[in-house]
Design a protein around this ligand. Sequence first.
Ligand SMILES: [Zn+2]
Length: 308
Amino acid sequence: MLHLISKLCLLTSLSIGSIYAFEYKLEPKQVSENIWCFFGKLEMPTKENGGNMSNHCYIKGKNSYILVDSGPTYKFAQAAYKEMEKIAKLPVRVVLNTHEHDDHWLGNNFYKEKFNAKLIGVKLQDENYTEGEPSRMHHLLSHDILEGTHIVKLDEHITKPITKKFDGETIEFIPVGQGHSKFDVLMYMPQRKVMFAGDIVMNGRITSNREGLVIGQLKALNTIQQYDWNILIPGHGYDFSKSAIDESIQYFSLLKKRILKGVEEDVGLAGANKFVQMVEFKDKALFDLLNPRNVSRAYGELEFYEEE
Ligand SMILES: [Zn+2]
């Protein structure tokens, strides 16, 4: 009898498990001759979207793929590769990470385990994330989604401007310091005229400047404009055309201008959000959640700012 009950319980839990088992539904979008990207939703990471809210791209080299960011989980990376295999059954030899935020790179260990891919990114990623210590995604996503995800160390750090060749493709690494995160790296393909901007550029949604700087962002955006690109892949957002950068420039320029006006009128941190209205962006995704935070953080940053 007991045996039967436990069997029944097992069956019930299995069926519940299978109803709720999470599956990513991914579709690569071709953005240029040899580049495909997976564009994430314009949302915060949730159990429902499995953390699929940032952008990840595959560059097809002669005999292998080179990746820019690897997604929020092992399962995401696995599902993305499954789709890319249909386009060309090539191994992934190199995975590049634009910055330390874990929605962009927790898929790394899939490529390490399957292909022994070389992982290249910023030093802070290794310093701030350790296997066994839950990161942001671990708190936001369910166990089921995170199954198989492990934090693995990088093989190489980008600390200074450097140009590298991978499987016939040239990539310039352009570190811009603290912009969106505490250390961001732009990746530029001069022959293809493609810029991977990481989270320095977002469109269709409000950025999260929780670790960033308004001045750093503007400097980094200015750096991007010095390069000759036709395609710009934002860290979040769907526009990868010549206008992909416009919203970010407008947002941070207006934010700076209005905060400085608020500082001049001494509205104080408590009064900043009432004084600084960013109405031009009110229809963008995540406005109500992130804009007030960005305004408060910007006020703290710019309160004692002096123009260089
Ligand atoms: Zn980020």
